[in-house]
Ligand binder design. Structure first.
Ligand code: UN1
Length: 507
C-alpha cells in the first residue's frame, strides 16, 4: 500500500456511497485499476437504486437546514475546506496521478484548482448580488435576489476527477445548495479521498450530513440523477454523446442542465508568432494529460510561410519527450486511462492513414519494462487536410493534426469549421490578427486565447464552450448564477395601486 493512500484513508476495500460522515457499502465491489502499472489500487462498492434513494432523501433534509445558514458563514466553511485541500495537496496529487495516469505536476495542478475555487467561492459568499431597478410606478421599488436552488447533481469524468467536482460543489455550497456527486467509475478513489477531506472539515463545522454526498456507480446511477425531479440542476462533464442524453433527460422534466462536453481545439500559428511560445504551448496542449483534456490541442493551423520550419521544431520537440511513470519527476506524459482508450487511439490512427493523413511522428503502443499496463502510447503528429472526417472528431488521446493556411480569415474559418466550440487560440504578435480572432468575426469558441495554448484555464473565468461542447459555463465570473434561482421583487409602499402598463382597473 502506497503511503499517500493511507494518509488519504483509502483502504483495500472502500464504501463508495457517502452522505458525509456516514459511509454505506454494498455487495457490489469493483476494482479501480491504475493505468500506471496495471495494478488494482483498491476496491470500491457501487450504489444500487435503493442506495441512491437514501442519498437523495438525506440531501433533501440537509438542504432545508443548509439554505438557512447565512451565505458568509457557508463561505467560511469553504475557506476552511480550501485549507483542508492545501494540507493534503501532495497526497491527493499523487493519488490523482496514480489513478488517472496524468503527470504528478498536473496532479498537483488539479488540487491547486480545487483550492483556488474554494478561495473564490469563499469570497463570492459575500458577493451574491442582485440588481435593483427603477419601477415605472410611483412609490414602488424593484429589485432581484438570488435564492438557493436545492440539490445539484454532479457527474464528472475521469480526466479531472477532483477539479470539476470542486468547481461545481464549492459554488453550489456557498449558494446554499447541497450536492450529490457521481464520479467517473474510472477514478472513484479520488472522489472518495475528496469526500473524506470534505467531511473532516464539514464535521468540525457541524455542517449537516447530506450537504456533500458521493454515489459511486455506473451509468444507471447517472441516469437516475438525470431523470430525478428532486434534482433541479444536473451539471455533467463528458463526451458530446453523453451530454446529448443528459440534456434530453433533464429537459424532459424541465430541469436545468449545465453541460461541459468535448472539444476539438485548435491553435492558429501566424507568421508573426513567437515560435518558441507557440511550440511549448502546442506540445503541452497536445500531450498534457496524454491528450485527454477537453481543452487538449488537437489541431494546429500553421501559416504556409512558417509551416516547414514549425513542423521541424515540433518533430524535434516530440523526440525529446519523456514518457513513463507519471509519478516520477521529469516525465512529460504518462499512460492513457485504460485499454479501451488505447484501442480508440489506435483506431483513430488507422482511420487517419486510411483517409490520407501523413504521419510526421508515428504513433503506436509503447512496449517493454515500465509499460506493463499496456496503456502507454506514443504521442504522434499527422499532417492532414482540415476536412478529413477523423479531424472533425475528438479522440481522447495524444494525436495532433497539423494543417496549413494562407490568410487569417481562412485560418479562422478552419478553426470554426468543426462541430465543437470549446477552446481556441492564436499565436501572433500582430494586433490586427489577434483582435480579428477575438472579434465577433473571430473564434466561435467559449474560450479564445492569445499567445497561450488551449488548455490550462484559470478558475476565475467562466469555463465552457458552444455548439457540441454543450453551452454550459462553470467555475469563475458569474457562473454561480446557474446554481441559484432568481426572484424579482416589486414592493408598493404607497397608498394607491397603480397597475403596470397604465392599465385602469377601479373597484
Ligand atoms: C476538462 O478537461 O474537463 O483548462 C477540464 C483546463 C483545465 C480544466 C480542463 N483547467 O485545461
Amino acid at each position: 500500500m502506497q503511503d499517500f493512500l493511507s494518509t488519504l484513508k483509502i483502504n483495500e476495500t472502500n464504501a463508495g456511497i457517502s452522505t458525509g460522515a456516514k459511509w454505506f457499502s454494498s455487495s457490489n465491489n469493483e476494482p479501480s485499476f491504475s493505468p500506471v502499472d496495471g495494478k488494482v489500487i483498491a476496491f470500491v462498492s457501487l450504489a444500487a437504486e435503493e442506495d441512491y434513494d437514501t442519498i437523495i432523501q438525506e440531501a433533501q433534509k440537509a438542504f432545508s437546514v443548509w439554505k438557512s445558514v447565512p451565505a458568509p458563514k457557508r463561505g467560511d466553511v469553504i475557506r476552511q475546506l480550501g485549507d483542508g485541500f492545501r494540507k493534503y495537496k501532495n497526497e491527493l496529487g499523487s493519488l490523482i496521478s496514480y489513478e488517472t495516469g496524468k503527470s504528478f505536476q498536473e496532479g498537483l495542478g488539479e488540487v491547486q484548482e480545487v483550492i483556488d475555487i474554494c478561495d473564490f467561492a469563499s469570497g463570492l459568499s459575500r458577493q451574491i448580488y442582485g440588481l435593483t431597478m427603477h419601477s415605472e410606478r410611483p412609490d414602488h421599488r424593484m429589485y432581484e435576489q438570488y435564492h438557493s436552488l436545492g440539490i445539484v447533481g454532479i457527474i464528472t469524468a475521469f480526466n479531472f476527477p477532483a477539479a470539476v467536482w470542486a468547481w461545481n460543489s464549492a459554488l453550489a455550497w456557498v449558494c446554499g445548495d447541497v450536492t450529490v456527486w457521481k464520479p467517473s467509475p474510472k477514478a472513484p478513489l479520488t472522489a472518495i479521498a475528496c469526500q473524506k477531506i470534505t467531511s473532516e472539515i464539514f464535521m468540525l463545522n457541524q455542517v449537516p450530513e447530506g450537504v456533500s454526498s458521493v454515489v459511486c456507480g455506473n451509468n444507471d446511477i447517472g441516469e437516475l440523477l438525470t431523470k430525478d425531479k428532486r434534482i433541479p440542476l444536473v451539471s455533467a462533464t463528458g463526451s458530446t454523446a453523453m451530454g446529448r442524453k443528459v440534456a434530453v433527460a433533464v429537459a424532459q422534466r424541465l430541469g436545468k442542465s449545465l453541460l461541459e462536453l468535448g472539444g476539438n481545439n485548435a491553435i492558429i500559428i501566424s507568421p508573426d508568432a513567437d515560435l518558441q511560445i507557440a511550440l511549448t504551448a502546442s506540445v503541452f496542449g497536445a500531450i498534457g494529460t496524454a491528450g485527454q483534456r477537453c481543452t487538449s490541442t488537437r489541431r494546429l493551423i500553421i501559416h504556409s510561410s512558417i509551416y516547414d520550419d514549425f513542423k521541424q521544431r515540433l518533430v524535434k520537440a516530440y523526440q525529446q519527450l519523456k514518457i513513463g511513470n507519471p509519478l516520477e519527476s521529469g516525465i512529460h506524459m504518462g499512460p492513457l486511462i485504460d485499454k479501451t482508450a488505447v484501442e480508440g487511439y489506435l483506431a483513430a490512427i488507422e482511420r487517419c492513414k486510411a483517409e490520407g493523413g501523413h504521419f510526421l511522428v508515428e504513433g503506436g503502443l509503447l512496449e517493454g519494462s515500465g509499460y506493463d499496463s499496456r496503456c502507454y502510447v506514443k504521442p504522434c503528429i499527422a499532417e492532414v487536410s482540415p476536412d478529413l472526417p477523423i479531424v472533425q472528431e475528438e479522440t481522447f488521446a495524444p494525436i495532433l493534426y497539423v494543417m496549413r493556411y494562407e490568410t487569417i480569415e481562412e485560418a479562422i474559418a478552419i478553426q470554426n469549421g468543426v462541430s465543437q466550440g470549446l477552446s481556441s487560440s492564436i499565436m501572433s504578435l500582430n494586433l490586427r490578427e489577434t483582435e480579428l480572432f477575438l472579434s465577433n468575426a473571430g473564434s466561435d469558441c467559449g474560450i479564445a486565447n492569445v499567445n497561450i495554448g488551449t488548455s490550462g484555464a484559470e478558475i476565475g473565468g467562466a469555463f465552457g464552450g458552444e455548439k457540441d461542447s454543450g453551452g454550459g459555463r462553470e467555475s469563475g465570473s458569474d457562473c454561480w448564477k446557474a446554481y441559484m434561482r432568481r426572484q424579482t421583487n416589486t414592493i408598493n409602499y404607497g397608498n394607491q395601486l397603480p397597475l403596470a402598463q397604465g392599465i385602469k382597473f377601479d373597484l
